[in-house]
Ligand binder design. Sequence first.
Ligand SMILES: [Zn+2]
Ligand SMILES: [Zn+2]
Length: 426
Amino acid sequence: MRLKFLGGCKQIGGQAVYLENDGYYLFDYGIEMGKKPSLPELDFSVRDLNVVFLTHAHLDHSGGVPYLFSGIKTPNLVMTPPTRILSKILFRDMLKLSGYYLPFGQNEVRTALNRAIMVKYSKNKWKKMNGVKYLTIDAGHIPGSASFIVEVNGKRIMYTGDINHISTRLLDGMKNKFPKIDYVIMESTYGATDHPERETVEKELVEYINNIIDQEGTVLVPAFGVGRSQEVMCLCTYYNIRYPIFIDGMARKVSRALMRYVNYLRDTSLYKKAIRITNFISRGKKKIMERRNAVSMPSVIIAPSGMLKGGTAIFYADNLKDSVKNAIYLVSFQLPGSLGRQVLESKLWKDGNTKIKAEVKHFPLSSHSGRSELLSFVDTIDKKSNGNTTFFHIHGEEENINAISNELVDRGIESIIPNKMEDFEI
Ligand SMILES: [Zn+2]
Ligand SMILES: [Zn+2]
C-alpha cells in the first residue's frame, strides 16, 4: 500500500492525499486559492479512482472534486448530507468568482453532487465500499465536517480533514474516542499556538457589542458565510443581545439550508430561535433600503466575508467606518494581505489613506483545534496503539507543522512532515 501527498503540504490549500491499493482512494481534492485557483496534479487516471472521501465543504478540501466527474467512469463520492448542501452553495459561488480558471463547470458540479453517497456519522459501525471498511467521525469544524478512518489489508488510516475539539455555540467539538489506528494524517493549522478560552472570548465579544449598541452605535461582525456567521447568530441569541440582529450575503442561504440539518448542530432549539429572531436582508429590490436601515440603528450586522475580501461586509464597513459610535469586530483569522488584516493593524480603509474612526477589534473564534487539543488528540491515539501510530502533519504553515512535529518527536512518537508529491509505503 502506498500513501501519497498531492497537496496541502506545509501550507493550507489544495488538500489531497491518496491511498493506492488495487485502485486509488482519494481524501479531499481541494483547490489552491489565489488569484488563479489551481488543482493538485493527479498522477493517475481518474478511471482508476475507486472512492473520494470528502471531509467538508470548504473549498481548500472540496473545490476540485467536480473535476473528477468530467469523464465517463466516475468514482464513488462519500460525504455527509450537510457537506453536500454546503458544497452546492460554495461550488456555485466558486464558479461565479473564478469559473474562468477552472477545468470544469456547472455540468460537472451537478454530476458530482447527484452522485454523492451520503453517510451519517458512524457510531462505531464500519461501512464497506470498494474493498475498504470505513468510519465517519464528527470533526467539529463546520456543520457536517467529518474525519474518516479507513481499514485496508488490516491497516487503519485516519484522515482528519479539519478538526475542532472546542465546542462552539453552533457545534459540539470533536470527541477523542477512536479505535486503534496505525496511521494518522492530521491537520496542524495551530500546531504552534493555543486559543484563549472560548467562553471568555464569547463573553468579551458580547460585552463589547452591548457597549456599542447601548450608545446607539452599530456593530459589524464580518464572518465567513459557512459556519462562523451561524455561530455568531447563535452566540447573539444565546447571550440575549437586546437589539436587532441582521444577516446578509451568502450567510442567509447557508443559515436557511442548515435548518434541514439541525440534528448536526449542538443545540437545535437555540439554532431555530436564532433563525426566528434574526432579520434576513431581502434579496430583491428592498435590499438597498433594508441595508441602509440596518446601518442607521443600534444593531448587530453579520455579513461575509470574514476577512473583508469582498461580499456585503465591505458595504457595511464602508458605511460604518466614519463614526466613533460604531464598531467592526473581526472574528476570523485575518490572512496577511487581506483588507481585514490591514484594518486591524493600521485602521486604514481600502484606499490605504482613510482612517477608520469606528472601533476595530479582533475576537478569535477559531474553528480549528489549538495546540493543546491537537496534542491530546495525538496522545489518545498513541496510547490506544501502545505507541505504534505514525502521524503525518499537513494543512498548516511551516512554523506550525514544525512545532507540533518536534513536540511529537520529543515525546518519542513517530512524526512525519510530508513534502508535496512525496509518497510512503505503509
Ligand atoms: Zn475547513
Ligand atoms: Zn482546511
